[in-house]
Design a protein around this ligand. Structure first.
Ligand code: GLN
Ligand code: ZN
Length: 759
């Protein structure tokens, strides 16, 4: 093991990372779990692949020079799920994995929680704070009793110890776990998961005892909830939980770690006064972290684990600037550890695998492995002073400025984001029927796209196949009797990547996979420079589709906020400025679609809610730029052109004002559960544009009956004038099969017909 190094000021400086990608450099875990689900990989093989991946991570971190290595950041599916299973917090519709007789049975029950089983819906999945990673939401009620029933953290600690690494097990903290959980339906009115805090903390206490007995000297408890208003309002619970854990006799030292934003001076005071030995802070996401440390006069003898290397973006760290920050921090703590701002779970594994990225851009990038190297280097540079110079050489990140883009944006007047107030946005029919854009991506389509990418299928043959697919989608929609048609998006691999590949200022990676949920990985493109659109991106496909029908075909684009949310984005200018550039590029596309005779244009903002800042005080500023970039994209059209937008989530409370401000003619929303609430809300606010509440849930293969859809529609027309009500599914259909899509849409159209007849 490396020994402590001592900086000039006398503080001991170490390096660590908060966590590491689990999926493996080549998505080995994805292949193994999917193989296991398909019955092609045995439980034993799955466990071997997992153990190999864990071992490789430790070797990689050690080779990178990192002093303190984390463990238990591995998961077969998700860490919050693992925590629920560890403490037996499993709803009664499931068989508890804890009671499984053998490994096979354990895995079956574990994956049933994540993916559901015949007749048993899985736990709900939701986004992990403001990232695109999803965790499984524990469902709690007074009926569950937290108790330690598993040994995953202990087993993984022991496994690493045997390989020569005394690791720091990483756990989801009790406060974060309970505040992220939802109340199960069976719980009495008003009961809250937080009522389980004391019992849960007792179970953690037992786990800490077990870890100490196994030889762990430090444990990390993640409390990112402290970066949210909700967490910040629970400081007495925070104090109580850590007073109890810190007061244990036989325990490892405790690192309480938060990320995705600053925790605020009040939480820092609580943590400083508590018996925990170390506090981990995100000093990248906002500037308040360092100010807060100053406000509380530093941490004194509590070790500061300083998250100065950005754990969720892919830019190389500016070493000289970061060393300067770390220099300041040395005055605010007796003991310092250099770390990442959060787990490296959110970035791809290894930049070395990318051979096709432009060298100029490549020089500006760092993935997980490189970032681990950066923390190690910063730790060394800080304690030795000597290699700081070397470390900093060539740190300049190149700029990718396009003066034409900047000049165009500057020349825009206030009218560029305004459409006439008095345009009439009511639909041609009342209760106009449409869909959200994509139709099923069939296996043949996926195969053809892969073959085309590998240059095994010539472009003209590939395009012919796509046109055939469009023919089929158009004919089907006509036959079903939908009013506003779509082309079905068969040419798109992904709603962001498709555009990123065609825009200037964007790069894509070959292997830059990041876990999104379970075995599902995404490859976010990199928005590195000023953005522009050299050529039309969608016009040929949409006009082809329009040529096949007399009904209107809706053009389909991805909006600026969503383009940013699902990419790695430059940090050398405010996000709002980057969003404006994307908005301008899309404005060009919108203009070309309109010129080509397209009368309905949809600009999807699926991720508007996801990027919403975790704290209320930052939300308005975000909504301002989000709205402005959308309006920049959509305000160049004639009053007679109908602008649509679509959003993918159901809690609108926070963004209702944003929806109004976008000023789209038609807004379709995912609304499987709370749909009529939103309609009612908008109705009461006197909303003047149209709304398309999703009338059925496309996330399940279940076909809704016409009666069911009819009932929802009848409810909706009570709140909003039928001329302003559109009828559509609640999201795109690309993940569904044709059989269920056709039947569902027929029922939807039939329901609209019945309600119209009675108006
Ligand atoms: N137009 C896109 C589709 O239908 C929207 C996807 C989304 O909202 N996530 O697939
Ligand atoms: Zn959607």
């Amino acid at each position: 093991m490396t020994t402590d190094t001592t900086s000039s000021s006398g503080a001991s400086v170490r390096s660590t990372v908060h966590g590491y990608p689990r999926i493996g450099p080549d998505r080995e875990l994805k292949r193994a779990t999917e193989g296991y689900w398909a019955g092609k990989v045995s439980a034993q093989e799955l466990d071997t692949v997992s153990a190999d991946l864990r071992a490789a991570v430790l070797t990689q971190l050690r080779d990178a020079g990192v002093d303190d290595l984390p463990s238990n950041s591995f998961s077969l599916y998700d860490g919050v799920l693992d925590t629920a299973v560890l403490f037996d917090l499993v709803p009664s519709r499931f068989e508890s994995p804890a009671a499984a007789g053998d490994r096979e049975e354990f895995l079956r029950r574990y994956f049933a929680l994540a993916r559901g089983e015949q007749g048993t819906p899985p736990l709900e999945m939701t986004k992990w704070f403001d990232t695109n990673y999803h965790y499984l939401v524990p469902e709690l009620s007074p009926k569950v009793r937290p108790r330690l029933v598993g040994d995953k953290p202990v087993a993984e600690f022991r496994e690493a110890l045997e390989a020569g690494h005394r690791t720091r097990p990483v756990l989801v903290g009790p406060l974060t776990f309970l505040l992220l959980a939802k109340t199960a339906e069976e719980a009495p009115e008003g009961w809250q998961p937080l009522e389980l805090l004391d019992q849960l903390v007792d179970a953690y206490a037992q786990l800490l005892g077990d870890l100490a007995a196994a030889g762990a000297t430090e444990v990390q408890l993640d409390e990112p909830i402290l970066a949210t208003d909700e967490g910040r309002a629970r400081l007495s619970e925070l104090e109580r939980a850590y007073a109890r854990l810190g007061g244990l006799k036989e325990r490892p030292s405790l690192l309480v770690s938060s990320y995705f934003g600053s925790v605020g001076a009040d939480a820092l005071r609580v943590l400083k006064a508590s018996p925990v030995e170390a506090v981990g802070l995100d000093l990248v996401t906002d500037d308040e972290g360092v100010d807060d440390l100053v406000k509380v006069s530093g941490l004194g003898s509590t070790r500061l684990v300083a998250g100065v290397v950005d754990g969720r973006n892919i830019w190389r760290t500016d070493v000289p600037a970061t060393l300067a920050t770390l220099g300041t921090l040395l005055g605010l703590t007796d003991e310092l550890t250099v770390s990442t701002s959060c787990s490296l779970l959110h970035v791809p594994v290894d930049l070395d695998a990318e051979t096709e990225i432009d060298p100029k851009l490549r020089g500006a990038l760092a993935f997980a492995k490189q970032k681990a190297g950066e923390t190690a280097l910063l730790g060394r540079a800080l304690s030795q002073g000597g290699d700081a110079e070397q470390a900093g050489s060539g740190a300049e990140i190149p700029s990718f400025t396009d003066t034409r883009v900047r000049a165009r944006l500057e020349a825009l007047g206030p009218d560029a984001t305004r459409r006439p107030e008095d345009r009439d946005a009511s639909s041609p029919n009342t209760l106009t029927t449409t869909t959200i854009g994509s139709f099923p991506q069939t296996p043949e389509l996926r195969k053809a796209r892969a073959a085309h990418r590998r240059s095994e299928l010539p472009t003209d043959e590939y395009n012919a196949l796509l046109r055939k697919e469009i023919d089929r989608v158009i004919a089907l929609q006509e036959d079903i009797g939908l009013d506003v048609l779509v082309h079905g998006e068969p040419e798109r691999n992904d709603m962001v990547q498709y555009f990123a590949e065609q825009l200037e200022g964007y790069a894509t990676t070959q292997h830059g996979w990041v876990q999104s949920y379970g075995s599902r990985c995404v490859r976010p493109p990199i928005l590195f420079g000023d953005v522009s659109r050299p050529e039309p991106m969608t016009v040929d496909w949409i006009t082809y589709a329009q040529s096949r029908t007399d009904k209107p075909v809706k053009g389909m684009l991805t909006g600026p906020v969503t383009m940013l949310a699902w990419s790695f984005v430059r940090t050398d200018q405010p996000l709002g400025e980057t969003a404006r550039q994307v908005g301008l590029a899309l404005r060009d596309e919108v203009a070309d679609l309109e010129r080509a005779g397209i009368r309905h244009i949809q600009v999807d903002e699926a991720a508007l809610r996801e990027l919403l800042p975790l704290r209320e005080e930052q939300r308005q500023a975000y909504l301002d730029w989000a709205v402005e970039s959308f309006r920049l994209a959509t305000s160049g059209v004639a009053p007679s052109t109908t602008i649509h937008t679509h959003m993918c989530y159901s809690e609108f409370g926070t963004v209702v004002g944003g929806i109004e401000a976008l000023d789209a003619d038609v807004t379709s929303v995912e609304a499987a559960r709370s749909r009529m609430e939103l309609v009612q809300d908008l109705g009461e606010r006197g909303y003047r544009r149209s709304i398309g509440p999703g009338v059925y849930d496309i996330h399940s293969p279940r076909v809704p009956s016409a009666d069911e859809v009819e009932a929802s529609l009848r409810l909706a027309v009570e709140h909003i004038d039928a001329g302003h009500l559109w009828v559509n599914p609640d999201c795109g259909l690309k993940t569904r099969g044709y059989a269920e899509v056709e039947e569902s849409l027929r029922n939807m159209v039939e329901a609209a017909r019945r309600v119209r007849a009675d108006l």
